[in-house]
Design a protein around this ligand. Structure first.
Ligand SMILES: [Fe+2]
Ligand SMILES: [Fe+2]
Length: 185
């Protein structure tokens, strides 16, 4: 997998994935659940990023993956769907809970599992925007109240102007609603 990322010149993802996997292992140990499943999901979560952005929509269409209007507008949102397909088809992941955690790692969804939350939060703690995320200390603090509290804190931050979200994915809107968070106005 590392070789694939290197061959595709995806150095940012290549650097981000092991950091995110370290966070995943730490969260899984702290909050319980399968560390192996969480690590597997995190290792594969951004593989879809090997697909060039302008090929994401056509590739999803050719694979029979439904493309939402928001994803058509911001094709990068599809990287998570494509990671899930690659995990299944190329890496033989058969555990549906792992595939789901990969698919919803960017946004969460209406009823996330503990595994979904671990992978989502690990991805955010080890973000790929360079340096330490500005919210890291506050998120770690929120996590002292548990996984759900950490996820709620992160989702609230994602609804803030600081997140500079291009467009909220419907799954993110569903997660906001499920956690009682008002979407940005
Ligand atoms: Fe991602
Ligand atoms: Fe990521």
């Amino acid at each position: 997998m590392d070789a694939l990322l290197a061959a595709c010149g995806r150095e940012v993802i290549r650097e981000h994935v092991p950091r995110a996997t370290g966070e995943t292992r730490r969260l899984a140990r702290q909050f319980g659940g399968s560390e192996t499943a969480a690590a597997q999901a995190t290792l594969l979560h951004d593989l879809g990023g090997v697909v060039p952005r302008n090929r994401m929509v056509p590739l999803c269409e050719s694979l029979g993956v439904r493309v939402l209007p928001e994803e058509r507008q911001v094709p990068l949102l599809l990287h998570a769907q494509l990671s899930a397909v690659l995990a299944r088809e190329r890496y033989g992941v058969t555990d549906g809970t792992v595939v789901q955690a990969i698919r919803c790692h960017t946004t969460l969804h209406v009823s996330p599992t503990a595994l979904d939350l671990v992978v989502f939060l690990a991805d955010k703690l080890a973000w790929d925007q360079g340096g330490v995320p500005p919210y890291r200390a506050a998120l770690l603090d929120a996590l002292r109240g548990g996984l759900a509290a950490g996820a709620a804190w992160m989702l609230r931050w994602m609804a803030s102007p600081e997140a500079r979200l291009l467009i909220p994915h419907p799954d993110l809107r569903a997660a906001w609603a499920a956690f009682g968070i008002s979407p940005p106005g």
